[in-house]
Structures are given as structure tokens and as C-alpha cells.
Design a protein. Structure first.
Length: 352
């Protein structure tokens, strides 16, 4: 792997106490190119703009997928990743759906480890602090023929971050728009999935909501995801979440929450969830919690849910499942507890 170090670091100009999510980036990035049927020239270079032909395929036909990960620093300055093999598997699953080449696991892990080792000073210790890691792949063949590209770039960039959301989170049930349809690309982290979500989300924000809970495209009767999060509902003492299908992203935090909850003795049901069921449970006083789960947010309690012009506010409860589960996940991520699942992986530079 070729390595070109930045001549100087910009870290000393960064106010780590006032970070906007995903706006500040570290000194280096990982790059690898797909040319003539193989991935070649893996390298780490100073973070910089990229040059691209105006006819590059990604700009016209949207061949782009990405992942979201985080690196954490414990109290002894050791750096950890959380289930990185799952991110590698998922980016390749996403790539396959968009007719893009899979990326080798050794290049993924070694490139990321070396990058994180070089920029480890950007990872601040303490729960809530982390380094957001963004691997992504895009088509860069020049030409506007409507077909899969024959050239791609794989990159990893990193951004120091704090909490993703602050304040109350209120969500609006979508009665018209859907995030994905069966047979589509909903299960992939395709760039276009997020672009298509921006407009309905803006409409919800005008009504005072931060995010949308998407419903199925066929009937709008079943709840799917919430914005950038998988969503969980606690009815009585049972935790319910929708199954992953070809319309719902197979969230890594989601899988972790389900496993930990079961091991804590919490009743978990993975099944279709009707909007009507959730609203009726709220009216009956049985809906105790709703929370989102995802890499950026970890676990985020939802304060209220809007449906058909009414905002249903949830009660504030002690010993919430959201708080207990978040503590379990976070303590594994930050090396503050045992990791019986072997999810935590230490970053060790390849060329250390």
C-alpha cells in the first residue's frame, strides 16, 4: 500500500467541542481504483478534492453505495471498531445490487486500519466522541451510455463527531411517500435512497418533525424505517421491530440491539408492525417507548409520533429499554465492558 502523509495536520485548528456532524474531516483518506476488471493501486493520501470527468457515470446514473461506521477510543488510547466485517459484507451486498464490483476484505480491513492508525489523534476518548468512518464506492467511467460502468473508485474518509441528534426527536408517519418498494434497492445503502428521502423529510420538518417513519409502498399500513434509523416499538414489555426485507436496511446496530435485548430477557418480536397497532397501543396506554437505532445515533428515543394530523406524545419512563440497551452497546464499543459477542475489533496498523 502506498502512503503519502500530509505535510502538516489541520487538527490544531479544529474545535472538537463544537463539531457539526460530517463537516470536518481528518488529514488523510484511503483510495483504490477498479480498472480492467481488478482493484489496483491502494493508497493513503492527504485528504483532498477529487477530479472527475463531467460525463462520469455516477453523475448521470447514480452508481454509488456507501457505509457508515465509527471508531472509538477507550481510556487507554486504544482504538476500536464495532462489527466492521458486517460493514464490509453489507457494502458488497449493496454494490452487487447496483452491478458494481465487490471490494476485497483484506483491502477493506487493512486500508481502514492503516488510515485510522495514521489519524488516530482525531479520535477523542470519552463516551459520545467518535470518528465517523465513511467507506464509499462510485462509478467514474467517462461517457453517458446508460449501462454499468467499467471503472470505479473506492474511498474511505473520516470525520470526528459528537452526538448526531440533540433535543427531542419527533417523527411523522408517512401516509403518501415510501422509502423503497419491493424488488428495488431499499436493502442497499445506495446513495439515491437518501436523495429521494430529502423532499418528504423537508415536508415533515415544516410540520415540526425531525424525521419520517416510512410505510410500505403498497398499502402504507406497515411501518418500516425512520429516517436514517431502524425503529423499535415497546408495547407493554415487548420490543417489536419490522423484519428486514428488500425494502429495509439490515442495520448493524439493529442486529446488536435485538441480540442484547434477548440476552437481557426482554421479549423481542421481529414481525410486520401496523401503524394502526402502534396508534391503538398508544391510546390504550400500552405504547411505552419508540426508539431509533443506527450507527450515527446509536439509540435515539423518540418523543412523539405524528399520524393523520395528531401528534401522539410518549410518556417519560424510568429504566427505559432505550437507555439500558444503549448503555450495553456503548460500553462494548468503548471497551468499557466485556464483549461476549466478539463484535469489538482493535485497530492495529498494518505497517506499524
Amino acid at each position: 500500500m502506498k502512503i503519502e502523509r500530509a505535510q502538516s495536520s489541520k487538527i490544531h485548528s479544529i474545535d472538537f467541542n463544537n463539531l457539526s456532524f460530517g463537516q470536518t474531516f481528518t488529514d488523510h483518506m484511503f483510495v483504490c481504483d477498479y480498472i480492467d476488471g481488478e482493484w489496483v493501486d491502494p493508497r493513503i493520501i492527504p485528504y483532498q478534492p477529487i477530479q472527475m470527468d463531467p460525463s462520469a457515470s455516477v453523475l448521470h446514473y447514480g452508481q454509488a453505495v456507501f457505509e457508515g461506521m465509527k471508531a472509538y477510543k477507550d481510556d487507554t488510547d486504544r482504538v476500536w471498531l464495532f462489527r466492521p466485517e458486517d460493514n464490509h459484507a453489507r457494502i458488497n451486498k449493496s454494490a452487487a445490487r447496483l452491478a458494481m464490483p465487490e471490494f476485497p476484505k483484506d483491502l477493506f480491513m487493512n486500508g481502514m486500519n492503516e488510515l485510522l492508525s495514521m489519524d488516530s489523534d482525531w479520535i477523542k476518548p470519552g463516551i459520545g466522541n467518535s470518528l465517523y468512518v465513511r467507506p464509499f464506492v462510485f462509478a467514474n467511467q467517462a461517457g453517458v451510455a446508460a449501462s454499468a460502468s467499467n471503472r470505479y473508485s473506492f474511498m474511505i474518509i473520516c470525520a470526528p463527531v459528537g452526538a448526531y441528534y440533540s433535543g427531542e426527536i419527533n417523527v411523522l408517519v408517512s401516509e403518501k411517500f415510501s422509502r423503497a418498494a419491493s424488488g428495488g434497492v431499499g436493502y442497499a445503502k445506495a446513495a439515491g435512497n437518501y436523495a429521494a428521502a430529502f423532499y418528504p423529510t423537508q415536508l415533515a420538518q415544516k410540520e415540526g418533525y425531525q424525521q419520517i417513519i416510512w410505510t410500505d409502498a403498497n398499502t402504507h399500513e406497515y411501518l418500516e424505517e425512520s429516517g436514517t434509523m431502524n425503529v423499535f416499538f415497546r408495547i407493554d414489555d415487548t420490543l417489536i421491530t419490522a423484519p428486514t426485507t428488500d425494502t429495509i436496511l439490515d442495520g448493524i446496530t439493529r442486529k446488536s440491539v435485538i441480540q442484547i435485548a434477548k440476552d437481557m430477557g426482554i421479549s423481542v418480536e421481529v414481525r410486520p408492525v401496523k401503524v394502526a397497532e402502534v396508534i391503538e397501543a398508544h391510546k390504550a396506554g400500552r405504547l411505552k417507548e419508540i426508539f431509533g437505532a443506527g450507527t450515527a445515533v446509536v439509540i435515539s428515543p423518540i418523543h412523539g409520533i405524528g399520524f393523520q394530523g395528531t401528534k401522539h406524545v410518549l410518556p417519560t419512563i424510568e429504566n427505559s429499554y432505550a437507555a439500558m440497551l444503549k448503555e450495553k452497546v456503548v460500553h462494548i464499543q468503548y471497551n468499557k465492558s466485556e464483549d461476549p459477542y466478539q463484535w469489538r475489533k482493535e485497530v492495529v496498523a498494518v505497517n506499524a
